[in-house]
Design a protein around this ligand. Structure first.
Ligand code: S3P
Length: 427
């Protein structure tokens, strides 16, 4: 069975932002038609960019950029819904723009830490005011013009933090140097190069260094086709590896950026049979297809350098662990507590509800696999990836898993539940 998954969420949001800031008309194809991109597009519209509706079936849109200095202050507050990426990247854009704007979001986003972004941006000269709780949304950004240069040692490997600083440096015309403890996804760096911004990257004593030393006064428009989201493909591949599909599956036209593909390494280590083909081509983002067939899976350990490269797939690894022989351990992943939900807590509670043996750590969890039928009602905590990970478990023969809020999947994977039914052959 050949499957395509919706456009990459990280790339779709970056493409929309850079197209908005470009000098000229960008052409964007295959953007994610989902809640998170809708929120970011709406915010950019409120900042004065004319963005056509995002097509449902991956069509093309053209965006006339307003230039690096062209955003205007919005009338009301910007509601970023569930999107942490949209929020943090826009905070960077706004920090270097001559505007002020209030950002807010849904209950899940309002609980997420924003200081990791406001601290470096404030050090660059932008001002922030928190309306309710310190360090959380809603907050007001007042851009500084020009911004000060920065050399920021980020305590977390976070592409959102790194991208916010790079985008602030871009709109505010400031050198931006960042060291992160491990390399996080590098989509912003690759897209920057595509629009004419020089960014250097290299290993450094304290991790991974990214340098933008020469912010240009303008950027080129983008001509970009967004590949399928490897983080969405992961659910399909996991279902297949666990024997939940009617036949072997190939996911095609999916992003295979090496800073995102550690899930494939882990799935193969657990025993899945995978065949990965990288499409030839000179695109900035590697793409290709991944084929999968069912095999008996065994538990594995995931930690260290792999963590940032599969951070969004860790709920799925835990769920796979529940069906794999032996124990699956995830450590060094405290960042999971700062996602759309506290994912360690959400996984531990839900796996226990289903009768799975699981141990919780500050920075991870340990899951003991079994093949007994799993039954129960799952709480999603407003988190799309918790909903979908347990959706995969529920689609396996013999399990009866009810997900309390299936609609949560729509922020990154509209059509997920329908696809699950088609693949598993459920009537
Ligand atoms: C993202 C970065 C990651 C990831 C999120 C998307 C991005 O978050 O979990 O889903 O597009 O930059 P962190 O930057 O918090 O690690």
């Amino acid at each position: 069975m050949n499957v395509r998954v919706p456009g990459d969420k990280s790339l779709s949001q970056r493409a929309l932002i850079l197209a908005s800031l470009a000098d000229g008309r960008s052409r964007l194809q295959g953007l994610l038609y989902g809640g998170d991109t809708a929120s970011t597009a709406d915010a950019l519209r409120a900042l004065g960019v004319s963005i056509p509706p995002i097509p449902e079936q991956g069509g093309v849109i053209e965006v006339d950029g307003v230039g690096l200095r062209g955003l205007r202050s919005p009338h009301g507050s910007l509601d970023l819904g569930n999107s942490g990426t949209g929020t943090r990247l826009l905070m960077g854009v706004l920090a270097g723009s001559p505007v002020s704007a209030t950002l807010t979001g849904d209950a899940s986003l309002r609980r997420r830490p924003m200081r990791r972004v406001t601290e470096p941006l404030a050090a660059m000269g932008a001002s922030f005011a928190f309306t309710d709780a310190e360090g959380m949304l809603p907050l007001t950004v007042i851009g500084a013009d020009p911004l000060r240069s920065i050399d920021w040692p980020s305590p977390v490997a976070s592409a959102q933090v790194k991208s916010a600083i790079l985008l602030a440096g871009l709109t505010g015309g400031a050198f931006s140097l960042i060291t992160e403890p491990r390399q996080s996804r590098d989509h912003t760096e690759r897209l920057f190069r595509q629009v004419g911004v020089a960014v250097l990257e290299h290993p450094a004593e304290r991790g991974w260094r990214v340098e933008m030393r020469d912010p240009p006064g303008r950027i080129d428009p983008l001509d970009f086709s967004v590949p399928g989201d490897i983080s969405s493909a992961a659910f399909v591949l996991a279902l297949c590896a666990l024997g939940g599909t009617r036949a072997p599956v190939t996911v095609s036209d999916v992003g295979l950026n090496p800073t995102r593909t550690a899930f494939l390494d882990v799935l193969a280590r657990m025993g899945a049979s995978l065949d990965i083909e990288v499409d030839p081509g000179l695109g900035q983002e590697p793409t290709g297809s991944v084929s999968c067939a069912q095999e008996a899976l065994c538990g594995t350990d995931v930690s260290g350098e792999e963590i940032p490269r599969l951070i969004d797939e860790l709920p799925l690894v835990a769920v796979l662990g529940a069906r794999a022989a032996g124990t699956t351990r995830i450590r060094g992943a405290a960042e999971l507590r700062a996602k759309e939900s506290d994912r360690i807590d959400a996984l531990v509670r839900n796996l226990r509800t289903l009768g799975v043996e699981v141990e919780e750590f500050d920075d991870g969890l340990e899951v003991v696999g079994s093949d007994r039928p799993l039954e129960g009602r799952i709480k999603t905590f407003g988190d799309h990836r918790i909903a979908m990970a347990f959706g995969v478990l529920g689609a396996l023969p013999g399990n009866r898993v009810v997900v309390d809020e299936p609609g949560a999947a729509a922020v990154s994977f509209p059509g997920f539940w329908e696809l699950l039914k088609t693949l598993s052959g459920e009537p």
